[in-house]
Design a protein around this ligand. Structure first.
Ligand code: NAD
Ligand code: IPM
Ligand code: MN
Length: 350
């Protein structure tokens, strides 16, 4: 009996998201043997500016029926920061309880890193994705006065911390990795990150085959530049994970290559590039689609097609090797031409 088609919700969103999603989805379709049924969700700035709608309930409900979400980016200079990001992107991560944000840092070619004498970089970041400063609790007092007070709450729960730490250890074990490193700021955040400390070492004691390590986030930032090869699997908080994975992208060739998966192991997961809507280059057909393409590979692996995921990675390695890339990587191709090069490789036409 043929397998049931996989339903993919496409949310291109804003800016370069609208350019890279169609390109990357063509590549995903070409690489996989799965039957994919895609439906477009027009969420983002255009809709918001025209109708005032951000993320209607009917669409949230409709998404429950999908096997995965493939998302571009949210954010538009015409809209106050936070409205689209919180109203759509964070709402997706939170409402679908996508608590594990997987962000691989992989140096595909030595010449892509700005670091001198870089060794191999192959790190998997597990960023907690539903708590911390991101929950949106807080407020302002005496707004607009000289005595104004702004509060933004950092919230961590035992359950939330434990599940991401356990997920990172389970992943590390299943992939035969060596070491799991916790990155936090327990020397200052003596309540919230003391919870991370206690839970990390408790869970760690169940994984005798893995090495465990701890870094304070400031030292970790330095280490990512000076000795990134010393990291293997990292588990960290929502905010630190956000910042450190942009740094991680920079040492591995830039945001044009950094992919991510927002995973709910029992529910709807979402795959997207790490980068944003890049208004500075939007509409020019020069955005690098490879980050989104690699997010597509993560999506295929999640849907059970490891072979398709590997084929996409091979195709990406091939375009990088042959300099069939966009200008920010020193190439001469447009976004769509990179997509065509990937398709040609996958069709065996090169
Ligand atoms: P950004 O990631 O959009 O861009 C940062 C820089 O990297 C820009 O110079 C951009 O041109 C470049 N860049 C990013 N992706 C690229 C690609 N694929 N190819 C080539 N160059 C690329 O970050 P920003 O400028 O700080 O944010 C712009 C908007 O995107 C904001 O509204 C922000 O809130 C939003 N944002 C959304 C997401 C998301 O949806 N996941 C992530 C980050 C930022
Ligand atoms: C990311 C982005 C988002 C985040 C923003 C746009 C809400 O920076 O996916 O890294 O901070 O998580
Ligand atoms: Mn970010």
């Amino acid at each position: 009996m043929p397998n049931k088609p996989k339903k993919i919700a496409l949310i291109p969103g804003d800016g370069i998201g609208k350019e890279v999603i169609p390109i990357a989805f063509e590549v995903v379709k070409k690489a996989t043997t799965l039957e994919l049924k895609a439906q477009n969700f027009a969420l983002g700035s255009e809709r918001y500016l025209q109708t005032g709608e951000l993320f209607p309930e009917a669409e949230k409900k409709a998404l429950q029926d999908f096997d995965a979400v493939f998302l571009g980016a949210l954010g538009d200079p015409r809209v106050k920061p936070g409205i689209l990001e919180r109203g759509i992107l964070l709402t997706l991560r939170f409402e679908f309880d996508q608590y594990a944000n997987l962000r691989p840092l992989k140096l595909y070619r030595k010449d892509l890193t700005p670091l001198k004498n870089a060794a191999a970089i192959d790190v998997m970041f597990f960023r907690e994705n539903t708590e911390d400063l991101y929950i949106g609790a807080g407020g302002v007092l005496k707004k607009g006065t000289a005595d104004e007070v702004a509060l933004q709450e950092l919230v961590q729960t035992r359950k939330g911390v434990e599940r991401i730490i356990r997920y990172a250890f389970e992943w590390a074990k299943s992939k035969g990795r060596q070491k799991v490193t916790l990155i936090d700021k327990c020397n200052v955040l003596t309540y919230a990150h003391d919870l991370w400390q206690r839970v990390f070492w408790e869970v760690a004691s169940e994984y005798s085959s893995l090495e465990k390590d701890h870094l304070l986030v400031d030292a970790a930032a330095m280490k990512m530049v000076l000795a990134p090869e010393s990291l293997d699997v990292v588990v960290t908080t929502n905010m630190f994970g956000d910042i450190l994975t942009d740094l991680g992208a920079a040492i591995c060739g830039g945001l044009g290559l950094a992919a991510s998966g927002n995973i709910n192991p029992e529910g709807l997961s979402m795959f997207e590039p790490v980068h944003g809507s890049a208004p500075d280059i939007a509409g020019k057909n020069i955005a690098n689609p490879l980050a989104t393409v690699l997010a597509g590979a993560m999506m295929l692996e999640h849907l059970g097609d490891n072979r398709g995921a590997c084929k996409i990675e091979e195709a990406v390695v091939w375009v990088l090797e042959h300099k069939k890339v966009t200008p920010e990587l020193g190439g001469m191709l447009s976004s769509t031409e990179v997509g065509e090069a990937l398709l040609a490789y996958l069709e065996g036409k090169v």
